[in-house]
Ligand binder design. Structure first.
Ligand code: IPE
Ligand code: IPE
Ligand code: MG
Length: 234
């Protein structure tokens, strides 16, 4: 039985976790950000080479200005606080999503963390900020169309391998397992193209309560699944 090589996580439930404690939603987001380290550090032992986490969606701008601003400053704090540990642990960090709508100062810090960790190979941590699957496919299609218009790409050669080369995730394998915490059974625009054949786990735990032991159990359970990809049982 082999575990998942690439796990993607929709980290949901921070707001409800805070509300249950009579605290503001941002308190939950801070607790949620502190959970990430333990999960990243559990990856090598579980054989998880790629971990992709959904931090902020293209739809999350609909939240109050205070919550959005609080999340943006939390991303800055996360980068400042975690850089040393990520570098020491040999984690390679990448960001996916559209950076155009993010503050220049945050984008600068994201670029810097990517650069600082670009030679690392222990775990590939990808953080999705202002990420939406439809937005990503739309941006990719636009670039693909530009290649055709410029005469650099022949439409006759376009196949299922072409579009992924233009996606933010072009250097990553597809996720084997997608986990969503907090009991919601939907994908909320996450990795639409890439998760066409992923296995899913929807669990009730709220993200700030998600621990390495539960992560390990889900990775174990994945090993027992029979992935047929439309074919017959092996
Ligand atoms: C997930 O937690 C984090 C983000 C979407 C930024 P939520 O903030 O969605 O928490 P709930 O779903 O309201 O509990
Ligand atoms: C998905 O959670 C996005 C992130 C975890 C960053 P949401 O809480 O935004 O999704 P919906 O609104 O329940 O679909
Ligand atoms: Mg939510």
């Amino acid at each position: 039985m082999t575990g998942p090589r690439h796990v993607a996580i929709i980290m949901d439930g921070n707001g409800r976790w805070a509300t249950q404690r009579g605290r503001p939603r941002l308190f939950g987001h801070h607790a949620g950000a502190r959970r990430v380290r333990e999960i990243v550090e559990a990856c090598p032992e579980l054989g998880v080479d790629y971990l992709t986490i959904f931090a902020f969606s293209t739809e999350n701008w609909k939240r109050t200005q205070a919550e959005v601003a609080g999340l943006m400053s939390l991303f800055r704090r996360y980068i400042l606080r975690e850089t040393k540990t990520l570098v020491a642990n040999g984690v390679r960090v990448r960001f996916i999503g559209d950076r155009v709508r993010l503050d220049d100062s945050l984008v600068g810090m994201m670029d810097e963390l990517e650069r600082l960790t670009e030679n690392n190979t222990s775990v590939h941590l990808t953080i999705a900020i202002n990420y939406g699957g439809r937005d990503e496919v739309t941006r990719a299609t636009k670039r693909l169309a530009e290649e055709v218009a410029a005469g650099r790409l022949d439409p006759e050669t376009v196949d299922e391998e072409t579009l992924p080369k233009f996606l933010d995730t072009c250097v990553l394998p597809d996720p084997d397992l997608v986990i969503r915490t907090s009991g919601e059974a939907r994908i909320s625009n996450f990795l639409l193209w890439q998760s066409a054949y992923s296995e899913y786990e929807f669990i009730d735990t709220l993200w700030p309560d998600f621990r390495a032991d539960e992560f390990a159990k889900l990775c174990d359970a994945y090993g027992a699944r029979d992935r047929r990809y439309g074919g017959l049982r092996a």
